[in-house]
Design a protein around this ligand. Structure first.
Ligand SMILES: NC(=O)c1ccc[n+]([C@@H]2O[C@H](COP(=O)([O-])OP(=O)(O)OC[C@H]3O[C@@H](n4cnc5c(N)ncnc54)[C@H](OP(=O)(O)O)[C@@H]3O)[C@@H](O)[C@H]2O)c1
Length: 272
């Protein structure tokens, strides 16, 4: 058992759960934090911050969708003895104008702690654990990305790189763009899921379809237009290029999307 304690935020979520598991398997002491986690931590309740960071020397920092990384929390963490931070950010945030994650990156760089930033492409797990699961179960995903290819990355690979950055030397001051081994269009990704799960899931990638679906769901039209602008900016980047970062840091090839889909289907992830 390694004596230092590592705080893992979002420890019940897709990446945090895997980071905590990997660290425990490697013998590290973990403080698994979230609103419902063993260590209570709530971004919206500053009274939970100091007790959560107390005793930890390193931190996996993730903020759930829509939540801003409050600089006062980082100050609180560093004052309490956190000397290394690994931040979950995202690929493409400059083009998409994601000020939430851009400011989180600036805050971490200026924190005074050693930092590493991980910038993954779309998570493969969006389809079985995350935001696209309801669409897969409804057999139709509507997203205004047309046919551009994205380098979906498995959350296990993200967690492996984050755990390496937390526990090994040589990752400080680096930003890692994390991808899977191939770039696939959403239609191709859904075809892989359809094959693995034995359920046919269609893809519709036009702006008109997205507008119609959002309006039918009662979404605010200004918010929908802002999303469309961000998606248009992402389309403007063209097909994503896979990187070799997972292989370099993890020492192992990243998982293919087909392997992810086969494993999730075997677990019964898309059973009705
Ligand atoms: N999905 C993608 O393709 C993708 C790609 C690149 C980057 N990202 C970024 O990844 C992040 C999401 O990561 P993830 O998928 O690992 O998370 P996730 O699966 O969405 O889980 C969210 C975690 O945050 C905790 N949480 C929610 N609200 C909280 C609050 N108010 N205070 C404290 N904890 C809270 C949840 O646990 P409790 O409910 O117990 O609090 C849970 O552990 C986002 O910042 C997103 O922008 C996503």
């Amino acid at each position: 058992m390694v004596e230092e304690e590592i705080l893992v935020l979002g420890a019940t979520g897709s990446t945090g759960r895997r980071v905590a598991d990997r660290l425990r398997e490697a013998g590290y002491r973990v403080r698994p934090a979230s609103r419902s986690g063993a260590v209570r931590f709530d971004w919206g309740d500053p009274a939970t911050w100091e007790p959560a960071v107390a005793g930890a020397s390193k931190m996996y920092l993730m903020a759930p969708d829509g939540v801003v990384v409050d600089p006062s929390f980082i100050t609180c963490a560093v004052n309490a003895g956190i000397t290394r931070i690994v931040l979950l950010s995202s690929r493409g945030i400059e083009a998409m104008g994601d000020e939430r994650l851009l400011s989180a990156e600036r805050t971490v760089r200026a924190s005074g702690a050693e930092w590493t930033i991980v910038r993954p492409d779309w998570f493969a797990q969006n389809f079985d654990e995350g935001v696209f699961r309801p669409a897969v179960m409804a057999k139709e995903l509507v997203l205004p990305l047309g046919g551009i290819r994205q380098a979906f990355v498995d959350a296990d690979d993200i967690a492996a790189v984050a755990a390496a950055a937390l526990t090994e030397e040589g990752h400080a001051g680096r930003s890692y763009e994390l991808t899977g081994p191939d770039a696939l269009s959403f239609a191709e990704a859904l075809a892989a899921i359809s094959r693995a799960a034995g359920r046919r899931v269609e893809f519709r990638g036009s702006e008109e379809d997205y507008r119609a679906v959002q309006a039918a769901a009662g979404a605010d039209s200004a918010a929908t237009e802002a999303e469309l602008a961000a998606f248009a900016a992402l389309r403007g980047l063209g097909d994503a290029e896979p990187t070799d970062t997972v292989r370099r840091v993890r020492g192992q090839a990243p998982k293919t999307f087909a392997a992810y889909a086969a494993e999730a289907a075997a677990r019964g992830a898309w059973r009705d």
